[in-house]
Write a protein that binds this ligand. Sequence first.
Ligand SMILES: *Cc1c(COP(=O)(O)O)cnc(C)c1O
Length: 370
Amino acid sequence: MSSEISRAEVVVDLAAIRHNVRLLADRAAGAAVMAVVKADGYGHGAVPVGKAALDAGATWLGACSLAEGLALREAGITAPVFTWLDAPNVDFTPGIAADLDLSVSSADELARVAAAAERLGKRARVHLKIDTGLSRSGCPAYAWPALVKAATAEPGVEVVAVWSHLACADEPGHPSIDLQAQRFQVAYHVAREAGLNPLRHIANSAATLTRPDLHFDLVRPGIAVYGLNPVPQQENLRPAMTFRSQVVLTKRIDAGESVSYGHTWTASRDTTLALVSAGYADGVPRTLSGRMDVWLDGKRRPVAGRVCMDQLVVDCGDDEPAAGSEVVLFGAGAAGEPTAREWADTIGTIDYEIVTGMYRPRVQRRYEGA
Ligand SMILES: *Cc1c(COP(=O)(O)O)cnc(C)c1O
């Protein structure tokens, strides 16, 4: 554990982040890499991850909200930063003042960006978003020619890019990918015919890894930056996050004794229990109760009974780990320890949700490999 006493901590390996970004930059050779650091860097810390990604060859950062983009600027990051989703009444002024690139999906949004730019006496850098079939944000095809025309006529904005987002890139071969690519091409031609010469970007991690034809000028990987693989094929990515805690105390119990709330687990033999100071308030999903192992003293060992708010109990058989022994809840998996992916598969979600859920005030975050 770190020298500061912590009950549970998240350790982020910045060398793994740099490795993953180099791999992605290599796969996307010819395109620039925008490392997506929204949601506080998928729970890993947007600023340290963003700086590591820029060191390793990314030249853009992507964030969701204006506030997230501004936090990168406040940390001294000067690289292009793109933000794409805010409340409908957000004030774009500080974003334009801080040279953030802004997404625009509608004529109304364009007008609000242009008005903010005018107040500042500065041109806003905008990326026009076409909805090619995800049906979330983005301009529908029927409104696209009018949006492009309005953008070209607007002196307060500079159209930097045309962009879109894919629905099913993590299922290579899914027919929606080609359909979205075709619609993207049509939207791009409309922009070209209107006299624009914008960049193009549509590829998330999955498309960066599997669809070189969709790299265009810029790719926007998120999850793969953190070493988690969104596609079925094997990739040489390194998960950057380890979640760990420690043994607080051990004790023997007799066969027939039950463990934790609800007594859902009963010892079938005399055994040693280890109490671990991590629970659902620290990011261990309670739905993993009875369905998870931890890595302790070089072995996987099952959690006995329910995960509690602040603690859980591990069945150690006849082994007796010392108080203070490290317990890995999940990690890269290289030694055999559980992974975020394994947690996600067990409880029916995706590893994205596991790692983004790890930003919690009482869980210390520490960096290695700076
Ligand atoms: C989150 C996000 C990404 C990154 O997606 P991954 O699947 O994590 O690679 C890219 N673009 C946009 C618009 C996003 O919201």
